[in-house]
Design a protein around this ligand. Structure first.
Ligand code: ADP
Length: 483
């Protein structure tokens, strides 16, 4: 790394008002997935520190909520600007701990910062209602108030943006936040906490706790002071946190796994569909919850689309994300590459054809070749589970009813995509897909302005958009009588 501001790379956690430096005797090592080298360490904290952070958060939140929305917006705006000013450094920190290529990492910083910008603006537009009364002497007032202390648990695939999507609306609404970032990627979280302090955020409003996921999660879910838990990660862990939160009846925001279909109809613009598939499938090396997991291609264009896609995929350069021209980095860890390998082996054993890639990359480590599989069927593991790697499995379908049935035949419901030109078909298919999000003739749908979220086992609630801030507020009804 070659940081302009080395103080952004801090090997410490932020517990309430205090930074706790990593003690070599009790720390977690963080690796660079491209090289396997240890890049630093963070403190191994647990329930005690989490509880302390929650107590401080509860105190500071009251003062924060009492400020005007404009005042909060000013601090968030400054935080956004600092992220943009430091995007190159934040991008490097992200690449070195997560692996995605530098240009993509810097792109994530800009994307992540856009949520702080958006919610700084939205915070000033949290309107209540004045409802006509049900009796002559009554008036009905509806106000929105911050929910209070929020706990957040975030994954490694977007070490910046998955935090800002939660922190932006939480702080704009007047909440405090105690965050546990993923163990693989704590430094991006810590860097934005350094910038939050510089932006003038009150001390103790934002804590970043590193350490035992189980212990920190148990405290977050059982502590009655925490009124909302917002989590992005696997459905399995999300369900566990949901169970753990039951006793204290917390409000839950869950962004869980997906199994996105990507459908190419006969009338699609094939070149555009290939371009969309590259983004939807291979962004972050296939490691996003909105990544296309199943590509359904209609009979009439199946051969042409597979050839074009395989040719385009062959040009994607794999390597260390710090190097120039790299499009695909390493996978996050050994378990990730093992899963990709298993999915490809399972598909091939059941009759799939490898038309591009198909094995571990010559670079070794956790690098895997960008892969395209043809003749994939619903009987293969890739049809049911998220592969979370650079593998595009191509299914064949006959007609609209057939593909809608196959696309919806999953317990997940996060993102979906399709390419078609016929307007009536566009509406029919968009309405029939049982997903929280549908991309029509595009492979890239996430933005601060739009509501991101899933149905079925993909989660609860929405992030981003005008709806995102509501998740961090409670509605209070005031009945005014004697008027
Ligand atoms: P992924 O497959 O993306 O690693 P996980 O759901 O395992 O998804 O992890 C997402 C986040 O949840 C990470 O921050 C991880 O440390 C955290 N986590 C994992 N298990 C638990 C748990 N039992 N309690 C609380 N947090 C957990």
């Amino acid at each position: 790394m070659n940081l302009k501001d080395p103080s952004l790379f801090r090997q410490a956690a932020l517990v309430g008002e205090n930074w706790i430096e990593a003690d070599p005797q009790n720390a977690i090592d963080v690796n660079n997935p491209a090289t396997g080298e240890i890049i630093g360490r963070v403190p191994k904290l647990g329930a005690v520190e989490t509880r302390a952070a929650i107590e401080t958060a509860a105190r500071v939140q009251k003062e924060w909520a009492a400020r005007t929305a404009k005042e909060r917006a000013g601090i968030l705006r400054r935080w956004f600007e600092l992220m943009i000013e430091n995007k190159d450094d934040l991008g490097q920190i992200l690449t070195i701990e997560q692996g995605k290529p530098l240009a993509e990492a810097t792109g994530e910083i800009v994307y992540g910062a856009s949520f702080i910008e958006w919610f700084a603006e939205e915070g000033r537009r949290v309107y209540g209602d004045l409802v006509p009364g049900h009796q002559k002497d009554k008036r009905i007032l509806v106000m929105k108030q911050p929910i209070g202390v929020v706990a957040a648990i975030t994954p490694w695939n977007f070490p910046n943006a998955m935090i800002t999507r939660k922190a932006g609306p939480a702080f704009a609404a007047g909440c405090a936040m105690v965050l546990k970032p993923a163990a693989q990627t704590p430094f991006s979280a810590i860097a934005i906490a350094v910038l939050a302090e510089r932006a003038g955020m009150p001390k103790g409003l934002f804590s970043v706790i590193t350490g035992s996921a189980r212990e920190i999660g148990a405290e977050m879910t059982s502590n009655p002071t925490v009124r909302k838990l917002t989590f992005t990660g696997s459905t399995e862990v999300g369900a566990e946190l949901y169970r753990q939160s039951a006793a204290t009846i917390k409000k839950l925001g869950l962004e869980l796994g997906g199994n996105a279909p990507f459908i190419v109809f006969d009338d699609a613009d094939l070149d555009a569909a290939v371009e969309g598939a590259l983004i939807a499938k291979f962004r972050n090396n296939g490691q996003t919850c909105v990544c296309a997991n199943r590509l359904y291609v209609q009979d009439g264009v199946y051969e042409a689309f597979s050839e074009k896609l395989a040719a385009a995929v062959a040009k994607l350069k794999t390597g260390n994300g710090m190097e120039e021209g790299i499009i695909l980095g390493p996978l996050i860890d050994k378990a990730a590459i093992d899963k990709v390998e298993e999915h490809v082996a399972d598909a091939v054993s059941k009759g799939a054809r490898v038309i591009q890639g198909g094995q571990r990359h010559a670079l070794g480590g956790t690098f895997y070749e960008a892969t395209v599989l043809a003749d994939v069927t619903q009987a293969m593991a890739v049809a049911r589970e998220e592969t979370f790697g650079p593998v595009a499995p191509l299914f064949r379908f006959k007609d609209e009813a057939d593909v809608i049935h196959q696309a919806n035949d999953t317990e997940f419901g996060l993102a979906s995509y399709f390419y078609a030109k016929d307007l009536a078909r566009v509406f029919r298919v968009a309405e029939a897909l049982e997903y929280g999000m549908v991309g029509v003739n595009t492979g890239l749908i996430s933005t601060a302005e739009a509501p991101f979220g899933g149905v079925k086992l993909s989660g609860l609630g929405r992030e981003g958009s005008k709806y995102g801030i509501e998740e961090f507020m409670e509605i209070k009804y005031v009945c005014l009588g004697g008027i």
